[in-house]
Design a protein around this ligand. Structure first.
Ligand code: FMN
Length: 140
């Protein structure tokens, strides 16, 4: 198993109506590959976690990176993992996630997303924050 996290900036090509389109193809394609994760829709950025087989995660990321609806795509984390932390989501989306922590998480994620460079501690904090957004108990 492998996990990849990236931050990107929305471009002028992105419009609100794209969200259902993105989720539709993400869920369809990711399901076929057993790629899971979450997508945070921030005011000007996206943060996405992708996890699954390394090959599938990397090919999915390469495809997403070519999408003109976002730019300045920075992969901030890619590492092997023991289990899929978001195994219950082919692609979880902000409104589906843990509402108890969502508002605070979005606020903090927005601050991290503004930065071009994150320290290791900030990346670890962001990972913990993203993990807390999963409303389901982890599938072990
Ligand atoms: C922020 C963002 C996240 C996306 N996430 C995924 C994803 O997880 N999986 C995926 O297949 N496509 C994702 N896409 C869409 C792809 O870039 C691409 O449009 C889509 O996979 C094409 O699907 P199709 O080949 O079925 O037409 C994302 C696009 C954006 C802008």
């Amino acid at each position: 198993m492998y996990q990849l996290i990236y931050i990107s900036e929305k471009t002028q090509n992105f419009e609100l109506e794209d969200i259902p389109r993105i989720l539709y193809s993400a869920r369809l394609n990711n399901d076929l590959l057993n790629v899971t994760g979450i997508l945070l829709d921030l005011s000007e950025h996206f943060i996405q976690v992708l996890e699954g087989n390394q090959k599938d995660v990397e090919s999915t990321f390469t495809k997403i990176s070519g999408d003109s609806r976002h730019c300045n795509i920075r992969c901030i984390y890619k590492q092997p993992t023991i289990n899929q932390e978001f195994g219950n989501w082919s692609m979880g989306f902000s409104p589906d996630l843990n509402q108890d922590v969502l508002q605070d998480a979005i606020h903090i994620a927005n601050m991290f997303a503004q930065k071009q460079h994150l320290t290791d501690i900030q990346i670890d904090s962001l990972r913990l924050l993203l993990k807390s957004l999963n409303p389901e108990p982890e599938i072990l």
